[in-house]
Ligand binder design. Structure first.
Ligand SMILES: [Zn+2]
Ligand SMILES: [Zn+2]
Length: 321
């Protein structure tokens, strides 16, 4: 899957659109500017970089507007649209034939690339991204987005089972919309846990535990793991990446940084060892928002908290160090 991000940039009630250059693929179609998300880059970082490169402008990226997965000439593409505010810079024409600031009423006058029509529709309805899905029921593509969040939530919960409290991490594998593997870091089967007998430190690493990714590989049928989408907590180390690349899994996403010291991957190393197409992406996740959305849904019609008659309200409080 190829990940592409687009920015719906707003300035004084108008939105920035660009016409694709002649000779380019989809020439003369209008689009919301953006580009391909690189390895180890968040969609937000990608948009800031692309808008600097393509139009020479500085933006601030806000919340997600829509996500869409579609097939384009046999390739699966995931398009993520984000709201953004214009900060500075006079737009220049590097990658576009023409650009325009237009109001939502003018959207109909332009011939948009098909993939961008989802944003056009959203803009016509007014960007109601603050309305929770709970209120209007979950529809496509929000359902895809929601499944992604549920799978992250499941992955996170599994980390609490980790038995080495130097690091509680977990990973999961998704294939055909289902979780086919779930694991956390822990001791070998039948061996004592760090929690009970202490860590076994060698060169700054606890060698008693097996990394979550290694457990994922050994606990999941190879057929299921092959071409799956792996989610991981913490930056995967180079050793685990190599094992996952060997399966091979389709792509890997991780959230939350972890320093693996001498086994820490860098974008250069990834390219050199695993090749250009290896996909390791970082995701920023607001866990309070994520779990609140899940709990809100469960306080809505048919949800367990609805039947129990209460809602759960999450609060983020900084830890006292
Ligand atoms: Zn340990
Ligand atoms: Zn590892």
């Amino acid at each position: 899957m190829i990940d592409v991000a687009a920015a719906i940039i707003e300035k004084e009630g108008k939105f920035l659109i660009g016409k694709r250059k002649k000779g380019n693929h989809l020439e003369n179609k209008w689009e919301f500017p953006g580009g391909k998300i690189e390895s180890l880059e968040t969609p937000e970082e990608c948009l800031i970089r692309e808008l600097k490169e393509e139009l020479g402008i500085t933006i601030e990226v806000g919340g997600i507007v829509a996500e869409r997965i579609f097939n384009y000439s046999g390739k699966e593409i995931r398009l993520l649209g984000y709201r953004a505010s214009y900060i500075s810079g006079e737009p220049i024409l590097n990658a576009h034939e023409e650009i325009k600031w237009i109001s939502a009423e003018e959207l109909n006058k332009f011939d948009f690339a098909e993939a961008d029509l989802i944003f056009v529709e959203k803009l016509k309805r007014g960007l109601d991204t603050n309305v929770r899905w709970v209120k209007r029921g979950i529809k496509m593509p929000e359902r895809e987005l929601f499944r992604d969040r549920i799978h992250w939530a499941i992955t996170l919960l599994a980390s609490a089972l980790g038995s080495c409290n130097r690091l509680l991490i977990s990973s999961s594998a998704e294939k055909n919309k289902r979780i086919v593997g779930l694991s956390y870091n822990g001791s070998l089967p039948g061996q004592p846990h760090c929690d009970d007998v202490g860590h076994h430190m060698i060169n700054g690493h606890c060698e008693r535990t097996r990394h979550a990714e290694v457990n994922l590989i050994s606990n999941t049928d190879e057929e299921k793991l092959k071409d799956s989408h792996v989610r991981a907590l913490g930056t995967p180390c180079l050793k685990c990446l190599k094992d996952l690349a060997g399966v091979p899994v389709a792509w890997i996403e991780y959230t939350g940084y972890y320093n693996n010291q001498e086994f820490q991957p860098t974008p250069e190393m990834i390219k050199e060892i695993f090749g250009e197409d290896f996909k390791l992406l970082h995701r920023d996740i607001d866990w309070v928002e994520l779990f609140q959305e899940i709990f809100d849904r469960l306080s809505g019609p048919g949800g367990i908290f609805n039947r129990l008659g209460y809602r759960i309200k999450l609060v983020k409080e900084p830890l006292e160090k």
